[in-house]
Ligand binder design. Structure first.
Ligand code: NAD
Length: 272
């Protein structure tokens, strides 16, 4: 049973790995004995965190890239596979922008004029879709290319509970992109099953990371998130690690095409 969740000796890539969930996932994989490439837009932060993990004796490397740049992503995936002798596990995790949405969190139910659909900008739409949907496609495509020859692999995309049901305090592009990524996961899982490659999604509820840190109403948003969770709290980033190891390892060998929600019960309905 000790081997069930093992990732020892496996080669892994995590995108969006300099902060929050990606960093927690990279740390879990590396602590479990995987060789991990951490990719992030924030070059200084990913170098700093990778240095910290290396100091702890873990086998990690870093590269800076924008995951929505498909050529840069292909190049980074090729370099990771070359450095670590193949590719077994990919977490397509980078993401931006939860919120604001079309209702105010401070004044529950009040519409925010500038967030209504007629005022939603093309720029915001394309930026969010480029990172949360296009980059999920680029990541799965690059992973499949590198995993197919070995006939095995596990690809995990971070979606969101807002892929399952609308979250009015979060922007519309984010919800649409995450729902698209969830269905992309199902489609790719069906296609890649024949090659021994599993594709799944993790759909988090509220976790305390940096993604909403620059919202003007961040404190109200956090309070509203907490109130909506039956378990009564926002999760720490480390609480993603068990599910990440499940999906990365042979413990989930018969699971593919799934989107697993991890949200403290938030999607069950109102906390009571
Ligand atoms: P975070 O902001 O703490 O970390 C995201 C990381 O992604 C950052 O290090 C950032 O630099 C990196 N990044 C952003 N754009 C990038 C790009 N174009 N290329 C490469 N890297 C980029 O946020 P987080 O909460 O850890 O987010 C991780 C994933 O979890 C995202 O996909 C997010 O949508 C999803 N998610 C988070 C929550 C939550 O409550 N925190 C809930 C549901 C889903």
């Amino acid at each position: 049973m000790n081997q069930l969740f093992s990732v020892r000796g496996q080669a892994a890539i995590v995108t969006g790995a300099a902060s929050g969930l990606g960093l927690a996932i990279a740390e879990a994989l590396a602590s479990g004995g995987a060789r991990v490439t951490l990719l992030d837009l924030n070059g200084a932060a990913v170098e700093r965190e990778t240095g910290r993990l290396r100091q702890a004796g873990l086998e990690v490397r870093a590269a800076a890239l924008d995951v929505s740049d498909r050529q840069a992503l292909d190049t980074a995936f090729d370099a990771a596979a070359a450095a670590h002798g193949g590719l077994d596990i990919v977490f397509a995790n980078a993401g931006i922008d939860p919120g604001p949405g079309f209702v105010s969190v401070a004044h529950r139910g009040t519409r925010v004029p500038e967030q209504q659909i007629e005022n939603y900008s093309d720029e915001r739409w394309h930026k969010v879709v480029g990172i949360s949907l296009d980059a999920a496609f680029y990541s799965i495509r690059a992973a499949a290319r590198l995993m197919k020859p070995a006939g095995r692999g596990s690809i995990i995309v971070t979606t969101s509970i807002s892929a399952v049901r609308p979250a009015p305090a979060v922007g519309m592009a984010y919800m649409a992109a995450k729902a698209g990524a969830a269905h992309l996961v199902r489609t790719c899982a069906l296609e890649l099953a024949r090659y021994g490659i599993r594709v799944n999604a993790i759909a988090p509820g509220p976790f305390a990371t940096n993604i909403s840190a620059d919202r003007a109403d961040a404190a109200d948003f956090r309070a509203a998130q907490t109130a909506a969770v039956p378990l009564g709290r926002v999760a720490a980033p480390e609480e993603i690690q068990g599910l990440a190891l499940l999906l990365a390892s042979g413990a989930s060998g018969f699971i593919t095409g799934e989107q697993i929600v991890i949200d403290g019960g938030a999607s069950l309905g109102a906390a009571c």
